[in-house]
Design a protein around this ligand. Structure first.
Ligand code: 3PG
Length: 213
């Protein structure tokens, strides 16, 4: 059984409040990505298995050691193994994937399984998991759903993703049941590409300043 709130990573994510979700289609942008995140004191990145470069990107960022690197969109045991072997320190899935959860528990690596219903959350808690991803947050009822689910699941914290944006993210992170918000609105390869990261840096700075104010 993994009492997953005990892991240091949860405390750090809760402090940062933002978990950037990043899909790499070109490794050349990783240095700039890292620089922007470090400058803004967001020391986390979730690299998704939505491109063939996921493992290479995880490896490169993990070797550099500036960020706590995790893997996202982990739907198979093979991806979980590849991510962890190459330096991923946490795993995020879009759903409950038993073999991924079991492997993470075995490896003592925090895992955020994707949930949307009471049944999903119940399944996660049966593994001892106390922090779940809530996805896709906007479609499954957003804050209203999280508040309702927190009635019976009073001991669970949520990481909402999907449809979180610069306009609504503060409402989410101010909610006591929410550990942090995740998503591609925080930073993306497309936005870095635009002007060598200048806009990406500005956007992230605005988000971070809002959290601190
Ligand atoms: C996820 O997998 O968490 C979502 O696809 C993130 O959604 P977003 O890109 O709309 O933030």
């Amino acid at each position: 059984m993994l009492a997953n709130m005990e892991h240091e990573i949860y405390r750090q994510i809760e402090e940062t409040k933002l978990l950037p979700l990043y899909t790499a289609t070109d490794l050349a942008y990783l240095d700039r990505l890292e620089e922007i995140l470090v400058r803004n004191e967001v020391r986390f990145i979730e690299v998704t298995f939505r491109s063939s470069l996921a493992t290479d990107a995880i490896k490169k960022l993990a070797q550099s050691g500036e960020l706590v690197v995790g893997a996202g969109t982990v739907r198979t045991l093979k991806e979980a193994k590849s991510a962890i072997t190459n330096g991923a320190k946490f795993i995020v899935s879009p759903a409950i994937v038993p073999e991924v959860i079991e492997y993470c528990i075995e490896q003592n690596v925090p895992v955020f399984p994707g949930t949307a219903t009471p049944r999903d959350i119940q399944l996660a808690t049966e593994y001892g998991i106390k922090v779940v991803k809530f996805f896709p947050a906007d479609i499954y009822g957003g804050l209203k759903a999280i508040n309702a689910l927190s009635g019976p699941f009073y001991d669970v914290k949520f990481l909402p993703t999907g449809g979180i944006n610069p306009e609504n993210f503060m409402e989410y992170i101010q909610n006591e049941h929410i550990i942090a918000v995740g998503g591609s609105f925080i930073i993306s390869e497309a936005i870095i590409k635009k002007d060598n990261g200048n806009t990406a840096d500005k956007i992230l700075k605005t988000l971070v300043d809002k959290i601190r104010s």
